[in-house]
Design a protein around this ligand. Structure first.
Ligand code: PA5
Length: 414
């Protein structure tokens, strides 16, 4: 269950009524393009894709020997699985996300791994991203040197179903491979094999994750009063003159999620609109309670230039009591309370303090930090982003600035 709270934005109900035609039009325009080649709306259908789930399951079962899982990919090909593995991985397989090209950590990682127990999963929609290819070449040589012809069993490729260098390579070498559907772009791909394959090895409940995402799909297409993504898209739209959009999550398990959101929001919406104007707000990641001892100072007393979305878990999956102890009177008020109660109190205190400081703030209450709730949240945020693209007149599914960076890197390397 995902619940929106706007108690500190008293005019929001009226704004929702006034903006209903715009919001419904944006949703219709988006859905009207579904199925059009190049519309990049394939992410809407991923939660229903049981066939891919079956293939992934089968592959996981056929490879029980894996002890270390090296996930090579960057941006949309890494941030989602990284966030979800950290949140829900059962720890039986060790995960290593290689989304960088710094030699020292690469060397250190190779030094720690046993090639005979390692699966190298290379993930790239284009199959041509420099960082990913460079790291893949390194791991490929490492496997070949250690395992000879046996290296093939230790590589999985997740890429475009038809095109690109990695697809051709996987086919030529007869490697295990998984498709990122053509109509699914990098940052909208977490529920495709980009996320599902690593998460199957992490022991995550994939059905629950997808069921949660289906719930977001149903809500988004329901009546306006219940269509939560339309509400949060409007909140972002109404505050677009506030240049900073903070995404603050009160969950240690979800500590990487803000970075997934930052990519989704920034890469989708920070660009020129149809009239050529530069639009977008700057997404800022924050984590509670840690940032209460860091960024919240700025949020409280710095410029009132922010819209802050708080993600607050309502209930723990498993709580823990703060023990009693003699001789530490300063902690007496904590003793006997639960850790979740403390976390919730911290979140509520921040919520109130930020509202009083003239920052615009709303909360998304997540019933529990579990795969169902987080699947719902992820799909909700993808809807929010796609709808904002409509409202702001930008194509949320391209990334010309990122592509230019890739081209310039290639050029600099000759
Ligand atoms: O969202 C996007 O499209 C990008 O962030 C890509 O995911 C990123 O650039 C990596 O691209 P690729 O998956 O083609 O290697």
């Amino acid at each position: 269950m995902l619940r929106l709270d706007t108690r500190f934005l008293p005019d929001f109900g009226e704004a929702l009524r006034q903006n209903a035609p715009r919001l419904l039009e944006a949703r219709s325009a988006l859905l009207a393009r579904k199925g059009e080649p190049g519309a990049m709306l394939g992410w809407l259908d991923l939660p229903e894709d049981t066939e891919t789930l079956r293939l992934i399951r089968r592959y996981r079962e056929a490879n029980p020997w894996v002890e270390d899982f090296v996930h090579i990919g960057i941006g949309g090909s890494a941030l989602g699985p990284k966030a979800l593995e950290a949140a829900f991985g059962d720890g039986r397989v060790r995960f290593h996300f290689v989304d960088h090209v710094e030699p020292e950590p690469l060397r250190a990682l190779l030094g720690r791994l046993d090639p005979g127990k390692t699966l190298v999963n290379v993930v790239s929609k284009s199959g041509a991203t420099a960082e990913t290819l460079a790291a893949f070449l390194l791991f490929l040589r490492w496997l070949e040197e250690a395992l000879g012809e046996g290296w093939r069993r230790h590589v999985a490729v997740t890429t475009d179903p038809q095109k690109g260098p990695l697809r051709a390579f996987a086919e030529r070498e007869g490697l295990a491979s998984f498709p990122i559907p053509q109509e699914v772009g990098g940052r909208f791909s977490v529920l495709s094999p980009v996320g599902l394959l690593p998460l199957a090895f992490a022991g995550v409940d994939l059905e629950a994750l997808l069921a949660g995402a289906r719930k977001a799909n149903a809500q988004a297409q329901g009546p306006l009063e219940e269509a939560l993504p339309l509400h949060t898209a409007l909140l972002q739209d109404l505050h677009r003159e506030r240049p900073i959009s903070v995404f603050m999550v009160y969950s240690e398990r979800l500590k990487h999620l803000p970075f997934w959101f930052v990519q989704l929001h920034s890469e989708s919406l920070g660009k020129r609109d149809r009239e050529g104007r530069r639009v977008g707000t700057t997404a800022l990641p924050a984590l509670g309670p840690q940032d209460q001892h860091a960024q919240v100072q700025l949020f409280r007393e710095g410029p009132p230039d922010k819209l802050i979305a708080l993600v607050i878990p309502e209930h723990p999956v498993e709580d823990l009591e703060i023990p009693k102890a003699e001789g530490l009177e300063a902690a007496a008020y904590l003793q006997g309370k639960t850790f979740h109660r403390l976390l919730r109190a911290e979140a509520e205190a921040t919520y109130q303090a930020l509202a009083e400081a003239d920052q615009r703030v709303y909360a998304l209450y997540l019933e529990r930090v579990d795969p169902y709730g987080v699947g719902w949240l992820l799909q909700h945020l993808m809807w929010q982003t796609a709808l904002l693209g409509e409202l702001w007149g930008v194509n949320a599914f391209d990334q010309p600035g990122v592509e230019l960076g890739k081209a310039l890197t290639r050029a600099l390397l000759g």
